[in-house]
Design a protein around this ligand. Structure first.
Ligand code: 13P
Ligand code: SF4
Length: 398
């Protein structure tokens, strides 16, 4: 008979368990306390009781990619834009438990009052895309633009999926944040401020929005690679570019290929292909509709019974939509499984653990952004929140 042996608490093991911070990523805070057991039949009842006891002092936000076992306890579900708005809209809640990833929790901390405390149930819930740009690399790219005399005409726009430090850099340098539901409005605003955009860190969202929604061409876009000297671009290439796209991407959405679209269309005649704008351009141009997670949900809700949909985004959301809409045929765009590993770090044991600690008066896994970073990041976030028409989800047809 085999017995289970607790792994040694090496830095790697602790990091994988969410108890250690990695200074090279956008995560940065040690996780105190003991981990909960991995399975406990009482957990659902315990979470319910903790929520009832904490009442209005607690506000739980849940991103659409969260597991069912977690999303059932969210007071509000949404895409990253809606959750940022909602975090700012509840000044009376003492504790904001963010069931999402680290950059979202940071934004919530920036947008809430100093008395409110934001909690991320597992500190290992980061984002591999956000990690593809660090502040040093971004500052270096700006220096290069300055040396070439191009920074003054360049407006930095950072996707929500970036560290608070990068949002802060963006605010300090006249730019704004965007999310997948308002990248079009954000870029329109940016081109009113300058002639060129430095778009961080998702090249695909930047390219798809610029080319498919704003009429720019692929030739207007260049890719800045932080691992190459001078970003791998000449002064002339930077000067000619309208969109300087950071070389970052989402590994979950990067999974979809043009062939997966062809394959599903062949397999299910008449199917509509609906994808998130983090997919590659070659996939986006083959899709029927593109939009944020909130847009994807609204599109399916409004779809005719009997209609057929292949959805290219994270699997938790696609699976949930398929279960909620049995009158429509909903399939995952790819045949292979595609969860976001870091979103999935937030599970019921971690959520329960953070709530039980709150019940005992202990705030665990608090996400705090320092005042200086927070000030300029808020400038960039507020610019986004003030953009006209940001509440309408983005769409592009084929
Ligand atoms: P949304 O802005 O659609 O919520 O997407 C966030 C995200 O991380 C998608 O990968
Ligand atoms: Fe980051 Fe991609 Fe996960 Fe979204 S799906 S949180 S972009 S790794």
């Amino acid at each position: 008979m085999s017995t289970f042996t607790e792994p040694d608490p090496t830095p790697l093991a602790l990091m994988l368990l969410g108890q250690q911070a990695d200074p090279n990523t956008e995560r940065g805070i040690e996780c105190p306390g003991d981990l909960p057991p991995i399975s406990d039949p009482e957990l659902v009842a315990e979470v319910r009781a903790a929520k009832a006891e904490l009442g209005d002092r607690l506000f739980v936000l849940g991103h659409h990619y969260q597991r069912d076992e977690v999303i059932q306890f969210a007071d509000v579900t949404g895409d990253s834009f809606k959750l940022a708005q909602q975090a700012a809209a509840r000044p009376e809640a003492e504790f904001i438990v963010f069931c999402g990833v680290h950059f979202m929790a940071e934004s919530a901390d920036i947008l809430t009052t100093p008395d409110q405390q934001v909690i991320l149930p597992d500190l290992a819930a980061g984002c591999s895309m956000a990690d593809m740009a660090n502040i040093k690399q971004v500052e270096d790219s700006w220096k290069i633009l300055q040396q070439h005399g191009l920074a003054a005409g360049t407006v930095p726009i950072t996707y929500m999926n970036s560290s608070a430090a990068i949002k802060s850099f963006t605010g300090r340098n006249g730019g704004a944040v965007c999310t997948s539901s308002n990248a079009h409005q954000s870029l329109t605003w940016a081109f009113e401020q300058g002639e060129r955009v430095l778009f961080l860190p998702d090249q695909h969202l930047g390219r798809n929005t610029a080319v498919l929604e704003m009429g720019l061409t692929l030739d207007d876009c260049v890719v800045y690679d932080p691992h190459k000297p001078e970003g791998g671009l000449t002064q002339q290439e930077l000067a000619n570019a309208k969109m300087v796209l950071w070389r970052g991407h989402c590994s979950v959405h990067g999974h979809f290929t043009p062939e997966t679209v062809d394959e599903v269309r062949e397999r299910v005649p008449g199917i509509n292909v609906l994808v998130h704008p983090e997919v590659r351009y070659e996939v986006a141009i083959k899709a029927d509709l593109i939009g944020s997670t909130e847009y994807i949900i609204k599109t399916i809700e409004a779809a005719e019974p009997g209609s057929k949909w292949a959805i290219g985004t994270e699997l938790n959301l696609v699976r949930r939509l398929a279960l909620q809409h049995p009158d429509k045929e909903i399939v995952f765009l790819d045949r292979s499984v595609c969860f976001c590993a870091t979103m999935n770090r937030i599970d019921l044991p971690h959520l329960n653990w953070s709530l039980q600690e709150l019940r005992r008066g202990n705030v665990v896994n608090r996400i705090v952004v320092d005042d200086e970073t927070s000030h300029w990041a808020k400038v960039a976030l507020d610019r986004m929140l003030a953009l006209p028409g940001v509440n309408s989800a983005n769409v592009s047809g084929d």
